[in-house]
Unconditional design. Structure first.
Lengths: 368, 313
């Protein structure tokens, strides 16, 4: 490990307390103040609270931070309950064994009762149905009083043609938004995933009618979601999720054999390589050496590694609470956004789309 | 529970302006509200004088082992630093609101901090109400539109009642006690003149004429309220005020079930707290007698409430 990587790990050392809550008992009040502020922003504070409570250690935390842990725990449990209730009602509305209903991301972790399900802070529910069932499912949801938020014609076209999801759905009675997908990545992107490959390997969840991706595909989806999304600030939580998934599913030896092969099949080798790199370097995730070597050396061309990894590292690293944004972070963010846009849409769609957004932001009318 | 380092020497109102300015531009100013500690930093023009006015009795703290809320009120970079200048509210890396005009730094701090409190303090049930205390029991004044809750809360705090908060009924569901969230009482529009007439000696901060709620001014918490900010207080009674022009003072008892809604559904975090919130409100409406107070004369209304308190079981 280089000196800079050593520093990186120290800055994130507090994350270890999520898995080993006893470590938190050694923290000073100043340590706690920093962790409460950063963890809340990273949406990991409730995760820490649940770990401490499960270990029977919450009462030993000083009262000042303990109040914040309890407060965040309540918020998390409320949102998790809202998610479960929404999923139950959606299942009741669809109520058709011919329809394939798949849980994604947080909903999937909850639906499988994974260790990383505790302490989540969901702001929306992500589900997926096959493309040929999308119109039907959407119609049934709209009939059950789910509704799209107001969108103009351009935004509607954006979603219909250039996106892997329909516009967000809201419901008067449910406090949580619904994101209905038909694929895990946008159809216009440079990296295309064949959704039918994912749908061919579904597994049951603990909830009737709801299925989840094969564990290997869940890991790949999480990695793709992290490294192919427009917003990477404060996404350390996704690395923590990946670490949790690697540890949980990686207990099965065949998982590590299947993972690289499936990544190649789906065209997701780069995000997987990046995920493995950062999880190992920053979180100490146990990944078998052979797998790690093959992925990182094979998955990341040396030239990309020289600029891509440091750039991602700069943005992924959470800002300290009273730290002002550095020029490096600003430059890295700009580069990252440029890379994302170039990946997300071909030039002929991207440029008009960005021009339109710029006009809207400047308060002008969207059409010329 | 140890909140700060050595005993503070003086109050915010008594300290030279340069010292407060240095604190705001440096590591910050710590303000103890009771249920939470607020740390403020920033270079917003005018904020120093405004804080010294409306937090005048609060101790001047330039260090502390803990703050619950970390807030910056500062001038933005770029054009709006100079052109029709603005100020921005930032907390822990997030900017939750649109900027305010630079001459309304204090309202931005007050409303922004209230928003943070409503979002964060979920270890307590946060009723939307004024809370004052007398003889160890609290009077809860739920905020309903047109109730004049703030005016009445301010007047009570100037008439021998200890102020806990004009906005938050911060109820600890475990201890079953109310805690202070001691910030200045926010008065709007006509209320400002009403309180000026009611208590000419009362210390009102500067008026802010063009906010989105009209004209706003703040009544500083007095020395006793500040001194007792860490003292929790037992529930006493619930009073739903309604100001009605020309009306004689009437105090009418209300059944618990008719108050449940006013308390529960008005609370900032009732939904989030789920069963804990429900049980807490049930406890409150069962143990606290409840009244509707209809009045037009402030002094007369307070006299009736004083009377009520003397008779409280």
């Amino acid at each position: 490990m280089t000196a800079s990587t050593g520093k990186v790990v120290t800055q994130l050392a507090w994350l270890g307390a999520i898995r080993e809550p006893r470590e938190a008992l050694a923290w000073s009040l100043a340590d706690w103040e920093r962790v409460v502020r950063v963890a809340r922003r990273l949406r990991l504070l409730a995760r820490l609270a649940e770990s401490l409570e499960s270990a029977g250690l919450l009462e030993q935390v000083p009262v000042e931070p303990r109040q914040h842990l309890i407060a965040e725990q309540r918020l998390s449990r409320f949102r998790i309950a809202a998610m479960q209730w929404a999923l139950d009602r959606i299942r009741a509305v669809i109520d058709d064994p011919a329809v394939t209903l798949v849980l994604l991301k947080g909903a999937a972790y909850l639906g499988q009762g994974l260790p990383i399900a505790a302490g989540r802070m969901p702001s929306d529910v992500d589900i997926l149905v096959p493309l040929d069932q999308l119109a039907d499912v959407r119609a049934r949801l709209l009939a059950a009083h789910w509704a799209h938020t107001e969108l103009d014609e351009h935004d509607q076209r954006y979603y219909e043609q250039w996106s892997h999801e329909v516009p967000p759905l809201v419901h008067a009675v449910h406090p949580i938004e619904l994101d209905l997908h038909h694929n895990i990545l946008p159809p216009t992107a440079r990296t295309k995933v064949d959704a039918s490959l994912l749908l061919a390997r579904l597994r049951p969840s603990r909830w009737p009618a709801w299925q989840v991706f094969d564990p290997v595909d869940q890991v790949l989806h999480s990695a793709a979601h992290l490294f192919y999304d427009s917003e990477i600030r404060d996404r350390v939580r996704d690395l923590v999720d990946l670490d949790g998934l690697f540890r949980h599913f990686g207990a099965r030896a065949s998982f590590w054999d299947e993972l690289p092969a499936r990544a190649r099949e789906l065209g997701l080798v780069e995000p997987l390589a990046l995920a493995v790199h950062f999880c190992v370097e920053w979180l100490g995730t146990p990944v078998p050496d052979g797998v790690r070597g093959a992925l990182v050396d094979g998955g990341l061309a040396r030239s990309r590694r020289r600029w891509l990894v440091p750039m991602l590292g700069t943005i992924l690293m959470p800002q300290e609470p009273d730290e002002r944004s550095s020029w490096q972070r600003g430059a890295a963010s700009w580069l990252f956004l440029a890379r994302y846009h170039r990946w997300r849409m071909p030039w002929h769609i991207l440029l008009p789309h960005l021009a339109r957004k710029a006009r809207l932001r400047a308060g002008l009318s969207p059409e010329r | 529970m140890n909140h700060a380092g050595p005993t503070p020497v003086s109050t915010l109102g008594a300290i030279p302006i340069a010292a407060v300015l240095a604190a705001l531009r440096g590591r910050g100013l710590w303000i103890e509200l009771g249920a939470a500690v607020l740390r403020v930093q920033g270079d917003a023009p005018g904020l120093v004088a405004q804080l010294q006015s409306v937090y005048r009795c609060h101790p001047f703290l330039t260090q502390s082992g803990w703050a619950d809320l970390h807030v910056r009120i500062e001038r933005p970079h770029g054009l709006r630093r100079w052109l029709r200048p603005q100020v921005v509210f930032e907390s822990d890396g997030r900017v939750p609101f649109e900027p305010f005009p630079a001459d309304t730094a204090l309202p931005l701090l007050e409303w922004g901090t209230n928003w943070l409190i409503g979002q964060r303090l979920n270890h307590l049930l946060l009723l939307h109400s004024g809370v004052v205390e007398r003889g160890g029991r609290t009077m809860v004044l739920p905020a309903m539109p047109g109730s004049g809750k703030s005016t009445l809360t301010a007047a009570l705090s100037l008439s021998g009642w200890r102020l806990l908060s004009d906005e938050f009924g911060a109820f600890d569901p475990v201890e079953r006690m109310f805690r202070a969230v001691l910030k200045p009482v926010a008065l709007k529009n006509a209320s400002i003149e009403v309180i000026r007439r009611f208590a000419p000696e009362a210390h009102l901060g500067p008026e802010f004429p063009k906010t989105r709620k009209g004209t706003v001014a703040h009544l500083a918490a007095d020395e006793e309220a500040v001194r007792r900010r860490h003292e929790s207080a037992a529930p006493g009674a619930i009073v739903l005020p309604r100001w009605q022009a020309g009306s004689p003072t009437r105090l009418e008892p209300l059944a618990p079930q008719s108050v449940f809604g006013a308390i529960a559904f008005n609370a900032f975090n009732y939904k989030v707290l789920g069963a804990v919130g429900f049980d807490a409100v049930v406890h409150l409406v069962r143990t606290c007698p409840a009244y509707q107070l209809i009045y037009s004369d402030l002094a007369d209304a307070i006299a009736r409430l004083d009377e009520l308190w003397a008779r409280l079981p």
